[in-house]
Design a protein around this ligand. Sequence first.
Ligand code: NAP
Length: 302
Amino acid sequence: MTSSDRTFVVTGGTSGLGYECARNLALDPSNTVVITGRDAMRTRELAATIGARGMALDLSSRPSVSAFVAELVAADLPPLSGLVCNAGVQFTRRTLTVDGMEATFATNHLGHLGLVNDLLDHLTAPARIIMVSSRTHDPEQFTGMPHPLTATARELAYPPPPTESAQRDARRRYTTSKLANVQTAYQLARELAPRDITVNAFDPGLMPGTGLARDANAVQRLAWRTIARALVVLPGVRTPRGSGADLAWLVAAPDREGITGQYLVGRRPVRSSVASSDEPVQHALYRDSLELLAELDARAES
Ligand SMILES: NC(=O)c1ccc[n+]([C@@H]2O[C@H](COP(=O)([O-])OP(=O)(O)OC[C@H]3O[C@@H](n4cnc5c(N)ncnc54)[C@H](OP(=O)(O)O)[C@@H]3O)[C@@H](O)[C@H]2O)c1
């Protein structure tokens, strides 16, 4: 090991944006790259194709997050310098975790916050955390997606039955989780500044053809894979390859050293939604989410 050797963890590195980000990071021989996916063997096989390591992680399960952290620490890798919170799910109907939590919120937001917390003492400063969000968190971007909800973390984790179509409700849960990713990035940026850990949020743009539509029906999936790919000439539409390179730059490039609390579209810092910038709301989401995580941990131990 040399002094420049570093480890990067990319959640959801088996597909789409995460795979491309990890592939870019692994091009530098001084980087050890760990990708995660829910299926251990499949993740290891995919990791091997890019010279990375693969480990199992299901963000919707606290025991799985704990097992992943234990495996990572036991692997005794070079200093952990970067964590890319990239994994994400979007459902087409109300979906619950084994703990009875709304699964989009539990996976995209709560799972990543729990992972960050569990890895904090294993990050070696100066370190970076990136939260992958989406412009769909911002109603002013007119993405055609339902506006995010304004609700407490507990209400988002344990919502009442849908009052709109199942598909629209599920999409709203997605944009809400992506808003939570931005809010959490800002809150963590303040929390972790004294530890020399930077936290930024990233919008990769619309990337047709990734696995994000895996829960959609056959016609929608075909459209996502074929017609939508042709849209790549339009502004705001990107490829996983292009956005993956941007994401790798964000977590590893020397020119990003010490920059924290930004929301970037590709490599450009921009203003995120009005709702995302409310500090008391960011703090309340963080505080209540930690409480929910503590409850899950207590349940897992009992
Ligand atoms: N595609 C777009 O247009 C778009 C636009 C804006 C933002 N984004 C964001 O970009 C990120 C990556 O999305 P993508 O389009 O690349 O999607 P993708 O191809 O579906 O990749 C998602 C990744 O998440 C992992 N994953 C799914 N459920 C998980 C769980 N419960 N626990 C842990 N990992 C899980 C998947 O791995 P396994 O299935 O192997 O577990 C996969 O590697 C997401 O955060 C998404 O919100 C995407």
